[in-house]
Design a protein around this ligand. Structure first.
Ligand SMILES: C[S@@+](CC[C@H](N)C(=O)[O-])C[C@H]1O[C@@H](n2cnc3c(N)ncnc32)[C@H](O)[C@@H]1O
Length: 313
């Protein structure tokens, strides 16, 4: 199902999002039947924490409407790049939007960009490159794992991006990128265990006017090797950053007003008597203040992003 065009109604074959809450979403391929573990074709019933839904019953629903589950309800939404990243089938570790948004900005991706990516992995980042370039640009994406290449190709095709992407099986550290790409790329992105082994091929692939480079690495030792290689090959503006997300919640809170007068008044004595009699504390007066809190769980380290510019002289 195309991610590019908005759709009105669910038809058979669509990949839809069943949205229960921000932490409870399900990606479903709308097919009436599925094959079970015993090889038998059975009616496809999807289970959620709010009960089940017969997938066939989703056909004909308008996107954005409520659907009944056996113990609750959900909304049926059209899949897009952001929802796909949150719900895609994981074949590898993937990149998420905080890192991805920085990558797109720093690589100066625009609708006519020619981008090279390795490895494709689960295609999370590839979908964002495709969303940004799918009018005049092209994405060449490489992975040495055969099944990942086949599955990514199928997904790009299903999501309407086939015209804008070429997926190839290749070990880019051993063999570089394909020759026809020499001098063609505006930007190269690497998410590989040993990106430093591919830097000399990056210099060949970037346009004669030069271009931008980015590498994502979880470990600082990978970053160190990569930066040394970038320097050796004449890259400029080498910069490594880490994106750490921090969410803040603005809230109004009631705080007790502290009484600092230690002098007991007639009223205090009376109140003490009331406490003794009723074994109940008096309600302290409170004041409303506007405050900001951190969320209890903050996302931590994902990886380091190393950016650089290459100019051919
Ligand atoms: C962490 S995954 C990439 C995830 C991807 N960025 C995403 O957002 O879904 C790394 C991928 O690099 C591939 N890979 C590792 N070494 C490679 C090499 N030398 N050449 C091509 N692909 C390679 C692996 O097979 C794996 O699929």
């Amino acid at each position: 199902m195309s991610f590019i065009e908005p759709k009105k109604k669910v038809i058979e074959g669509d990949t839809v999002l069943l949205y229960i809450s921000i932490n409870n979403m399900h990606s479903i391929k709308v097919t009436p039947n599925i094959v079970n573990k015993n090889g038998e074709t059975i009616e496809y019933t999807h289970q959620t924490t709010f009960g089940a839904v017969k997938v066939k019953s989703l056909i004909g629903h308008e996107y954005g409407t409520k659907v009944q589950l056996t113990k609750g309800y959900a909304y049926i939404l059209q899949m897009n790049t952001d929802l796909w990243t949150l719900n895609l089938p994981h074949r590898t570790q993937i990149l998420y939007t905080p890192d991805i948004s920085m990558i797109l900005m720093q690589l100066e991706i625009n609708p006519s960009s020619v981008v090279i990516e390795a490895g494709t992995g689960s295609g999370s980042l590839s979908h964002y490159f495709l969303r940004a370039i799918s009018s005049k640009g092209h994405l060449y994406t490489f992975d040495f794992h055969e099944n990942r290449v086949i599955q990514a190709r199928e997904e790009f095709h299903e999501h309407g991006y086939e015209k804008f992407v070429t997926v190839q099986q290749r070990d880019v550290c051993a063999n570089g990128f394909t020759e026809e790409l020499n001098g063609k790329a505006d930007a190269v992105f690497l998410d590989l265990p040993a990106p430093y082994k591919a830097i000399e091929y990056v210099t060949k692939a970037l346009k004669s006017t030069g271009g931008r480079f980015c590498s994502f690495s979880p470990c600082i030792e990978q970053v160190q090797h990569t930066c040394l290689e970038l320097e050796k090959h004449g890259f400029l503006e080498i910069q490594t950053i880490e994106i750490l997300q921090s969410e803040h919640i603005v809230k109004e809170k009631h705080i007790p007003i502290i009484d600092l007068s230690f002098v007991k008044t007639k009223r205090d004595e009376n109140e003490e008597k009331v406490i003794k009699n009723n074994e109940k504390k008096p309600q302290l007066p409170t004041r409303k203040i506007l405050t900001t809190l951190n969320t209890p769980i903050q996302p931590g380290h994902t990886g380091y992003l190393t950016f650089a510019t290459f100019l051919k002289v």
